[in-house]
Write a protein that binds this ligand. Structure first.
Ligand code: 9WO
Length: 256
């Protein structure tokens, strides 16, 4: 899987490329990332990448030409490696909401993606019209640049690639993944058995697989009912709650 990022801050991508499980997978060649600096595609003495907005107003706007040249260089390198053209993704609050489903789609997209990380007040619309094929958002907030959004999206996708998580099937057990039927994950405990007077819940110490599984399921159900009742509705509507689940949910105190 290959990703490209067009960014004025290429060093930021070391965070996901070099650290943790995503870093290990990168070192193993499971995925790659190349950052392209639009400043390297400028041809004036000051290597200008931005200018003042037409119509006035605060801040600066990223020039179309260096962004377009960087995207074209990334696509050309892909073509030279026998890869097809990749989707060109702009990170912006106006985009389609990126969630676990989109992370899975990205992880199984054969061509990976080219992420456009804007800075300043935004990027010239003509670049978006000419090159961007998708806009994605992480939520309703404004960042100082698209990089951190791209890093989050890449991290969420890379950990789903085959061979990245080699500890059995922990991606399958995440909140939002299918083994939990779209419910939130249950709490986790490790040693010591008593920490500052607080014990590990007894079922986890029982050694009874079925009791442990039932306790975890009930924790998932009550946590999800409290924090994300919408996910309970979704699980119910898609037939992922058993009669035992429904009996447990009915036994919970009414929400305040
Ligand atoms: C921002 C914007 C806001 C309204 C309408 C169009 C827009 N385009 C952009 C844009 O391209 N912004 C660039 C990236 C430059 C300014 C900082 N940027 C940014 C991306 N801020 N916040 C995000 C972002 C990305 C994904 N999820 C949440 C926020």
């Amino acid at each position: 899987m290959r990703f490209d990022a067009v960014t004025l801050f290429p060093e930021m991508f070391g965070l996901v490329r070099d650290q943790g499980v995503t870093g290990r997978a990168h070192a193993q060649g499971i995925w790659s990332l190349k950052a392209w600096n639009p400043r390297d595609f400028t041809y004036d003495a000051h290597r200008t990448v931005d200018d003042r907005p037409y119509g006035g107003g605060p801040g600066m706007v990223m020039l179309a030409a260096p962004l377009e040249a960087a995207v074209d260089a990334a696509q050309a390198e892909r073509a030279a490696q026998g890869l097809g053209q990749a989707p060109v993704v702009l990170l912006a609050p106006t985009g389609r909401r990126y969630g676990q489903r989109e992370a899975q789609e990205l992880a199984s997209a054969r061509q990976g993606a080219i992420f456009i990380c804007g800075r300043y007040e935004g990027v010239d619309q003509r670049f978006i019209d000419r090159r961007v094929t998708q806009e994605w958002s992480l939520g309703d907030f404004v960042l100082s640049g698209g990089e951190i959004a791209a890093l989050a999206m890449i991290d969420a996708a890379v950990r789903l690639l085959p061979g990245v998580l080699n500890d059995g099937d922990s991606a399958l057990q995440d909140s939002f993944n299918s083994a939990l039927d779209g419910l939130l994950d249950s709490p986790h405990y490790t040693r010591p058995e008593v920490y500052e007077g607080a014990s590990v819940p007894e079922p986890l110490l029982s050694g009874h697989h079925a009791r442990i599984a039932r306790w975890r399921r009930e924790q998932s159900l009550s946590l999800t009912a409290e924090r994300r009742p919408d996910l309970i509705e979704q699980a119910r509507a898609t037939g992922r709650l058993t009669r035992e689940d429904e009996r447990f949910l009915a036994s919970l105190p009414k929400r305040s």
